[in-house]
Design a protein around this ligand. Structure first.
Ligand code: BES
Ligand code: ZN
Ligand code: ZN
Length: 508
């Protein structure tokens, strides 16, 4: 983890380096800003025709308490929110890194009555995520060039009377650090090549998390034979073409108040295909380039478990990673093969590249049969079709319980992770009918609503639990430039939303 954050008060004399000031479009020219920044800087801003529009950034070299003053536009004050602030700051922190400005001061005037805890949390998430690099494979020389922000002084002006908002900010900062730690793990696992991340690697990681939790988290791992005995042919069918042995990993965190006093059992299931070549239905080269990321769902579940035991969650939480690799070989599953999942349903496998749903079919069935959770949430880089529908930034959300869907949507909105409700349109289920088995693993052709048919397929393996399926094929991995708290590569999408969701469950 990188970057030290210190909360300082108005008497803070300045650290001589970089001062970051966020200015609103409609108010920055008023007296307040003038007084604070001084005439000289204001004149410079006017020269630069700075207007305070969202995303504007002016860097001014001065020789006062600071060497550099960076003024960032935040748009209209009315439209301000902490997620916008978080993302603007992250872009500014990246600007600082590029310009070797390693020590920064950020101010915040508590004028708008935002939640102090959330201010601390978002500030911290912003700094740590903007400071993230995947540099394991860079030379020492190149590593040194990747400048990070070493220290951040947060000058917080609590303007509301009689509150302990300063303390709440500090608690928010601690919580933000925890979140970032989880997201770092998820990002690292996604970014590591498939030559390094095998089902074994995910098992080791899960065991490590259990060890660190000092008994609060336990892990059970089923090997191929055990899975065969339980009847997980769908999952094992995907694994059988690979040299890498499959590992069906089950984590269990017991409620901070003892065994599920509230009767709440939540099961998270993460697609964990450590490499998706497509199998015999081999992917074209361009589509295969990023397929080390096909275990992002599992990596997200591990990121969450890494921090869960240090965070008071009042629910029993299970995590399932049906980890395997999807490869073509003489042992591989062939199009036309029929496999039977743990819940007894037979599946005609017409396309071995629609493998995620096969692994999840057994994971969902396992959860229903052996864990009987009240709620299940699966995270899966499931379909290219979901990216066609919603683009790269937005996850598709499907589910069978409106209240649960509403809660998760609220959690995502609060944390600034984009998702959008998608329909489990029954009519399309027709396309999953097989003449020779109970189901087939692909539906229709080009215009068949591929993200929806995939979700409908999963719903066949859900029985009693309330269930949400998140198709994170788009937002789990960013192959473009960084923006806001999103960097290149694995993003860690979902850690923030799910922890927020647990909070909401706690409150009820
Ligand atoms: N892992 C892919 C989905 C994917 C695509 C994730 C792009 C991230 C980026 C999945 O296993 C897959 O190959 N799905 C197929 C399904 C099809 C064969 C029915 C797809 O989306 O093309
Ligand atoms: Zn695939
Ligand atoms: Zn896949």
């Amino acid at each position: 983890m990188f970057g030290k954050i210190t909360v300082v008060d108005k008497k803070f004399p300045g650290n001589g380096e970089t001062f970051i000031y966020v200015a609103f479009e409609d108010t920055f020219k008023k007296d307040n800003d003038l007084k604070l920044l001084g005439k000289k800087i204001n004149n410079k801003l006017l020269q630069h025709e700075f207007s305070g529009k969202e995303g504007e950034l002016v860097s001014i070299d001065v020789d006062t308490l600071y060497k550099t003053v960076i003024v960032v536009g935040a748009g209209k004050e009315k439209e301000f929110n902490l997620i916008k602030w978080r993302d603007l700051l992250a872009d500014t922190f990246r600007y600082c890194r590029a310009n070797k400005l390693a020590n920064v001061t950020v101010t915040y005037f508590d004028l708008l009555g935002k939640d102090s805890f959330a201010i601390g949390q978002n500030l911290t998430v912003s700094l740590y995520l903007a400071n993230y690099d995947f540099d394991f494979y860079k030379s020492e020389e190149a590593k040194k060039k990747l400048k990070r922000i070493d220290s951040l002084n947060f000058q917080f002006f609590p303007l509301r009377s009689s509150d302990s908002s300063g303390q709440a900010v500090s608690r928010g900062i601690e919580y933000g650090k925890l979140l970032a730690e989880g997201i770092y793990l998820t990002r690292d696992l996604v970014n590591q090549p498939a030559a390094y991340v095998h089902p074994d690697t995910l098992e080791e990681q899960a065991l490590q998390i259990a060890k660190e939790s000092k008994g609060k988290i336990t892990v059970e791992v089923l090997d191929e034979n055990q899975c065969r005995k339980l009847g997980m042919e769908a999952y094992l069918g995907v694994a059988q073409g690979s040299e890498q042995p499959p590992k069906f990993i089950i984590l269990h965190y017991e409620s901070s108040k003892g065994r599920s006093p509230s009767g709440r059992k939540i099961c998270l299931i993460g697609k964990s295909v450590t490499f998706d070549s497509g199998g015999l239905s081999l992917k074209p080269s361009e589509h295969m380039e990023t397929m080390k990321m096909d275990m992002a769902g599992g990596a997200t579940v591990l990121g969450i478990f890494k921090i869960l035991s240090r965070h008071n969650v009042d629910a029993d939480v299970y995590g399932i990673l049906p980890a395997c690799e999807n490869m073509p070989s003489g042992h591989a599953m062939k199009p036309g093969d029929i496999v039977t999942a743990l819940n007894g349903k037979s599946i005609e496998v017409l396309n071995t590249d629609a493998e995620g749903r096969l692994t999840l079919a057994d994971a969902l069935s396992y959860a229903e049969k052996y864990l009987q959770p009240d709620m299940m949430i699966d995270l899966a880089t499931l379909t290219g079709a979901c990216i066609v529908a919603l683009g790269k930034n937005i996850a598709g959300m499907f589910g069978n319980d409106q209240k649960m869907l509403d809660s998760l949507e609220k959690a995502a909105n609060t944390e600034g992770e984009e998702l959008w409700p998608m329909p489990l349109h029954k009519y399309y289920a027709k396309s999953l009918k097989s003449p020779v088995a109970d189901l087939k693993n692909t539906g229709g052709g080009k215009y068949s609503g591929g993200a929806i048919t995939a979700a409908l397929f999963l719903s066949d393996f859900v029985d009693k639990a309330k269930w949400i399926h998140l198709d994170i094929a788009g937002p789990a991995f960013n192959d473009n430039d960084s923006y806001g708290v999103i960097n290149h590569g694995g993003t860690g999408w979902g850690v923030l939303t799910l922890l927020n969701f647990f909070h909401q469950v706690n409150k009820k």
